[in-house]
Design a protein around this ligand. Structure first.
Ligand code: 13P
Length: 238
């Protein structure tokens, strides 16, 4: 299974960041990342230009969310079809920062169906809060999010395990906990599905995390804004 290194820029960036794929490609040329898939997920307004800047460099582009409908009266929303039309191949769905704003498993499932409809690969995010982990409910919470968020009839998808308490905090789940959780997710989603870890992945911890059983890549926030860090993580995956 090919490793997938994904940068989630969240609500960061500007027009000038369209030079970043070229900078990344200089640091880790295609030859040096033959066995790794690279994906950048910028804010919506930058998707098309990032796609144009990335296509020849073997870097894929994804959205950070989509609406469940194909089109219509949904002010401010963007459909999976529009993302595909702008060059995206992937879309992140159900990130904890969106779940915290009220997005439910049913919403995430509807968006995953929209992604399939548009020919995109959804990256379905799951993860427990600190309270749930401390209460011994991490595995059951993630299992329940997976069963509620993944459509019964699913095309190819990716799961990202992101413990909520590890996002943007500098705290990383222990290798033992990542191993346990990913083994559990593996049983639920089968052998073909890539399972990413996310939550304070940095150049210094990436090699250990990526060497863990059933970790097929990483979903990176903060460290993906800096191409030197993103390149170092990619080298750790190669
Ligand atoms: P950080 O890498 O900044 O912790 O963010 C992780 C994340 O939420 C990626 O989707």
């Amino acid at each position: 299974m090919r490793t997938l290194i994904t940068g989630n820029w969240k609500m960061n960036g500007e027009q000038a960041w369209t030079i970043k794929p070229a900078g990344f490609d200089k640091m880790v040329p295609i030859q040096a990342r033959k066995h790794v898939d690279i994906l950048l997920c910028p804010p919506f307004p930058y998707i098309r230009e990032l796609f144009v800047a990335s296509a020849s460099r073997n870097i894929a582009i994804g959205g950070q969310d989509c609406h469940a409908s194909e089109q219509g009266a949904h002010t401010g929303e963007v459909s999976a079809e529009m993302l595909a039309d702008c060059g995206a191949d992937y879309v992140i769905i159900g990130h904890s920062e969106r779940r915290a704003g009220g997005e439910t498993d049913a919403d995430v499932q509807a968006k995953a169906k929209a992604a399939f409809r548009a020919g995109l690969t959804p990256i379905i995010c799951v993860g427990e809060t600190l309270e749930q982990r401390e209460a011994g409910e991490a595995l059951s919470e993630v299992e329940s999010q997976i069963s509620g968020s993944i459509p019964d009839q699913a095309d190819s998808f990716v799961v990202a395990y992101e413990p909520v308490w590890a996002i943007g905090t500098g705290k990383v789940a222990s290798i033992a906990d990542i191993k346990d959780m990913h083994a559990h997710i593996r049983e639920l989603v089968g052998a073909e599905t890539r399972i990413l870890y996310g939550g304070s992945v940095k150049p210094g911890n990436a090699a250990d995390i990526l060497a863990t059983d059933n970790v097929n890549g990483a979903l990176i926030g903060g460290a993906s804004l800096n191409m030197a860090d993103f390149a170092a993580i990619t080298r750790a995956a190669s």
